[in-house]
Ligand binder design. Structure first.
Ligand SMILES: [Zn+2]
Length: 258
């Protein structure tokens, strides 16, 4: 058997990743609101909050006046929705909705808002808007089809065929990168419009790159079963190109696999 190549992630690293990129259960349950506040060194305040209907808002204020509203990047018929929105309007809930995690749904004109826990989450929001603005309808539909199956299917097709999983990996790489590129463009636009240094979020560009790479790495891991289950042991080469430049192989994993 050839040596298997995939990332060795310690339980601590896995937990750290989960804590950073996923929402707290109490937020998903609607016990903790969509709420965050940050004061920039120049005095302006970024505020994330939800209204009575559970619609989320993310704005920047200067001297108590709103000078920037992040929802302006969206077409007017789109909604930013929190878990509270689905408590208020339970009929809007659909099977497979990942309520309380960051996700864009083009067909339903919704952006599911995740847990706004740190200033970095402004990037999570812009990333989801980036999916709306940047991904082609064809890519979006292909992804839905690969994830859920045929249009008449109500159930997620798991396990997927290896060939479908490979297509999905390629598509994820494309649409995720497009959405991140757009998020960075939007950050720069917001900086120009407000004069605020939003780069306070990531003072070093290398930190921003790491944040994005970590996120892409999460997608890569979700496709890694192709390698782990021995369907295609060489698929790590494609995945390295698609998602990040992390080295998969580690002495420990290779010893175990040998
Ligand atoms: Zn994404």
């Amino acid at each position: 058997m050839n040596k298997l190549h995939f990332e060795k992630m310690t339980p601590e690293a896995r937990k750290k990743f989960k804590d950073e990129y996923f929402s707290r259960p109490e937020y998903i349950d609607g016990k903790v609101p969509f709420e965050y506040k940050h004061t920039f060194s120049s005095g302006e305040v970024l505020e994330a909050f939800q209204d009575e209907e559970g619609i989320g808002h993310v704005i920047i204020q200067r001297d108590g006046k709103t000078i920037f509203d992040f929802s302006k990047f969206l077409p007017p018929d789109f909604l930013l929705v929190t878990p509270k929105y689905f408590q208020k309007f339970p009929k809007k809930k659909q099977l497979f909705d990942s309520i309380g995690e960051w996700e864009a749904n083009f067909n339903r004109r919704l952006i599911f808002l995740g847990d706004f826990k740190s200033l970095k989450d402004i990037l999570s929001l812009l990333h989801e808007i980036g999916h709306m603005e940047n991904n082609t309808p064809e890519d979006t539909e292909d992804r839905r089809r690969l994830l859920v199956g045929s249009p008449d299917d109500d159930f997620s097709v798991l396990p997927r065929a290896v060939s479908s999983e490979k297509k999905l990996a390629k598509l994820h790489s494309k649409i995720e990168r497009e959405a991140w590129a757009w998020a960075i463009f939007a950050i720069r636009k917001a900086e120009r419009d407000t004069g605020i240094k939003l780069s306070e979020i990531f003072p070093k560009f290398s930190d921003l790159k790491k944040y994005i790479n970590d996120c892409l790495g999460g997608y890569r891991r979700s496709h890694e079963w192709i390698i782990k289950e021995g369907h295609d042991e060489d698929f790590y080469k494609a995945m390295e190109k698609l998602f990040d430049r992390w080295k998969y192989s580690s002495a420990v994993e290779n010893k175990k696999a040998a």
